[in-house]
Design a protein around this ligand. Structure first.
Ligand code: PGA
Length: 261
């Protein structure tokens, strides 16, 4: 069975100052030196600050295994696209990842499935890895539409060429659990993760189903990361609020890893 290396991603959203990066990176590195696995080998850590902070983050992580991620990606390499982020420049900065389809982009900024896919494709074409987010709203869950919504969002991945599929990480983030303090129970999360892996098996093939990492996100904190990571189809965490403080993010990671060693 392919070993899926756990990924822990910090989504800072529109928080923190550039001046906060140095103490954060140092604090996180210090605390993860006591983690139950080796950073960069036994697990990966991805930090997604605001785009305005990426150059500074990269400068401060040139010699550390922390990987930088954008929170979104433009739909073209360059051009008349005011306010967008070029994947070419992300590459130039040494940024390895982009989040795409985060629920705040989908629901606050009304990015539809086609736009999310255009962003995803542009990032993949430039060689970036993506954290492709899916998840249902509370009214959709109540109407038993969770699998339907997630499958509709995932369907776009059928267009990704086989050779780019290893660049894709999927994040299941139920919208009702994001920033609300109300996390999905490990069982609720695993039910959807298992379904996503089955969908991947059917639509993208068994090799991808075995190797693709599926992260959970939505009110993850140090108190629940161990139980969530204990589930068979959960391969990492996408963490918002609890990632803003280095000590708290390190605790999320260390507790999560306890389920894996
Ligand atoms: P949260 O955010 O951990 O604050 O719920 C997660 C996310 O939006 O990625």
């Amino acid at each position: 069975m392919a070993k899926r290396i756990p990924v822990f991603a910090a989504n800072w959203k529109m928080n923190k100052a550039v001046a906060d990066i140095a103490p954060y990176v140092k604090g996180l590195a210090d605390q993860l030196s006591h983690a139950p696995a080796k950073l960069g080998e036994g697990f990966q850590v991805v930090i997604a600050p605001p785009a305005t902070h990426l150059a500074a983050l990269r400068q401060m992580t040139t010699t550390s295994p922390f990987e930088a991620s954008s929170q979104n990606c433009g739909t073209a390499k360059s051009g008349a696209f005011t306010g967008e982020i070029s994947p070419v420049v992300l590459k130039e900065l040494g940024v390895k990842w982009s989040i795409t389809g985060h629920s705040e982009r989908r629901h606050v900024y009304k990015e539809d499935d086609a736009l999310v896919y255009a962003r995803t494709k542009c990032a993949l074409d430039e060689g970036l890895s993506v954290i492709f987010c899916v998840g249902e709203k509370i009214e959709e869950r109540r109407a038993n539409q969770t699998f339907t919504v997630v499958e509709r969002q995932l369907a776009w991945l059928k267009q990704v060429p086989q050779n780019q599929l290893p660049q894709v990480v999927i994040a299941y983030e139920p919208v009702w659990a994001i920033g609300t303090g109300e996390n999905a129970t490990p069982g609720q999360a695993e039910e959807v993760h298992r379904h996503i892996r089955m969908w991947v098996n059917k639509n993208l093939g068994p090799v991808t189903a075995e190797s693709v990492r599926i992260l959970y996100g939505g009110s993850v904190k140090a108190e629940n990361s161990k139980d969530i990571m204990a589930e068979a189809d959960i391969d990492g965490l996408l963490v918002g609020g609890a990632s803003l403080d280095a000590t708290s993010f390190a605790s999320v990671i260390k507790n999560g890893l306890l389920s894996r060693v």
